[in-house]
Each structure stands twice: as C-alpha cells, then as structure tokens.
Design a protein around this ligand. Structure first.
Ligand code: ADP
Length: 273
C-alpha cells in the first residue's frame, strides 16, 4: 500500500471475511494522534516551567535551614515538611519530563555495548545505600553475558526495579537480583520477599500513576511513574517486563531481553574482568 498524504495517519487492520478472504479496514486516527501530541507537549511544557520556581523555593528553604537563627526551633518541623514536599514535587517533575521524552520517541540515545557487570555493581551499591542495611541483598550474574543498548536508560530501569523491591519489602526481608539466560532470551530479575501484589492489580501497574496503595507509595517517596518509565525503556530495547507476585509473599519483576540484544564474551575475557 502506498500513502502520499503525510497529514493523515491510517490504522490498518486485516480481518477474516467469508471463506478464505480477508477484509482490510482503515481507520483515520490523525485527529487522535494530534491530540496525543498536544497532551504530551503540554505535560512536557508544564513540567519544564515548574522546574525553575521549584528549584528556587527548594534552594531558599535549604539556605534558611542552614542559616543560624533563621528558623526558630518551634517552626523547624514545618520547614522540614516543606523541604520534603518540594523534594517530592521535584522527583515528580523529573519523572514527568523523562516520561514525555520517552513517549515522544525523540533523542533516542545510541546503542552501545554495555558493561553489564559494572552496571549491576552500581545497581547493587545503590540498593544497599537505599536499604541502609535493613535488607539482605544478593546478586547472581552470568559475567560472560553482555547486552547492547542505552546504558543510562538501562541503569535507570534496573535501578528503579531494585529501588521498588527495597521500598516494598519490610525490614529484614530479602532481595535477590539475577542476570542470566532464560531459553534464548536473557533476563534481569529482581526477587523480593516483600508485601506482594494482588493478581487483579498486576496488569495495570505500568499505567501512569497507578498505585496499589497510594499512601504507602507516597510514604516511601514514590511518584507512581516508575514502572511506566521502565516499560517505555524496555520497549525501546525490544524487551518486555514480566511481573509475578502474590499478596504477602513477595514479587519478581523481570526485564527480558531478546537474543538480538545479547552478546557473549569468551570465558577467558569474562574471567579477566
Ligand atoms: P511508585 O512510585 O508508586 O512505587 P511505580 O510505578 O514504581 O510507582 O510502581 C507502581 C505500583 O506498583 C506501586 O505503587 C506499588 O503499589 C506496586 N509495586 C511496584 N513494585 C513493587 C514491589 N516490588 N512489591 C510490591 N509492590 C510493588
């Protein structure tokens, strides 16, 4: 099929029709696409505009807290709360900006050969610092199994999965990260012994702002956008997110990469690292 009008987007669907025949149905989705574009631009612009004033407010609050005698003891608690809330707003704005950038499909970082071992070590350190010794965290990785992709994006996706495991696992719980082959694919999995998720929520977790327990997410510094961001990053890498969980019995979140994304170092090279 050739199409010459760039202002019209058609969605085509081939459906069975009669005996051994197929019907091609075209739906004009130009208007929908335009609205979607406007929504994305609006969110990106609002987030961008909010960033500067918020940075100024946060900066002055910090200065006041650090300035001797500027904040009387009786009101220090209120100032602390204001700092906490500006921090939350800042995280939210950063996540909204990241999401609209990912959704726009622009500025796609180039694929490179990723040093998976150092990436996993960084993620491990971040998890330990977030957990602050309150969980037992372990890592098991196939050192010869490499990956191609955008290093910063994958760091953010893996880091987010692990930070969720820490945030939704009570003190004393276990978090186990694994990077290894799974059939012809490879998976980075994060198992936790945390609170778990009821089955009915699982399919909706990657929707923007979908949270099983709003107050718990807020308490632990969540924005409700983490899994949407992860899903976009993985889709860009032709990878998928798999979630297995049972309420009260922990969860496993896996980022599964296809063969086309994998590289295999010779054992000799892997051992030298
Ligand atoms: P949030 O910032 O709220 O954590 P996410 O998009 O990262 O947002 O996750 C969406 C929701 O999925 C969370 O609010 C939480 O209810 C649930 N969730 C994510 N990871 C886990 C986990 N490891 N264990 C239990 N629940 C989780």
């Amino acid at each position: 099929i050739s199409w010459r009008d760039p202002s019209v987007t058609l969605e085509l669907q081939l459906v069975p029709f009669g005996d051994n025949q197929k019907l091609l149905i075209g739906r004009d989705v130009s208007q929908l696409e335009k609205l979607e574009h406007m929504r994305r631009d609006f969110i990106a612009n609002v987030s961008h505009e909010l960033r500067t004033p918020l940075t100024v407010v946060g900066g002055f609050l910090e200065t006041l807290m650090d300035m001797e005698g500027a904040v009387p003891e009786s009101t220090r608690g209120y100032f602390g709360m204001m700092q906490e809330q500006t921090g939350r707003m800042r995280r939210l704005i950063e996540d909204l900006l990241t999401l609209s950038q990912l959704e726009s499909g622009q500025n796609i970082p180039p694929d490179t050969e990723i040093d998976v071992n150092s990436l996993l070590n960084m993620v491990m350190h971040e998890a330990q610092s977030l957990s602050n010794g309150k969980h037992h965290i372990t890592l098991e990785a196939d050192a010869s199994l490499g990956l191609t992709g955008a290093a910063e994006e994958l760091h953010s996706a893996f880091g987010n999965l692990v930070s969720n495991a820490v945030r939704y696992t009570p003190e004393g719980g276990e978090i186990h990260m694994v990077w290894k082959m799974r059939g012809t694919d490879a998976a980075f999995s994060v198992h936790d012994s945390g609170i778990g998720i009821e089955q009915k929520h699982i399919d909706r977790l990657t929707e923007r702002f979908y949270r099983v327990d709003r107050s718990r997410s807020r308490e632990t510094g969540g924005t409700g956008l983490g899994l949407s961001i992860i899903k976009h990053i993985l889709t860009r890498h032709q990878a998928r997110l798999e979630i297995e969980s049972e309420l009260g019995n922990g969860s496993t979140f896996s980022a599964v990469f296809p063969k086309s994304r994998l590289t295999r170092k010779t054992p000799a090279l892997a051992n030298n690292q």
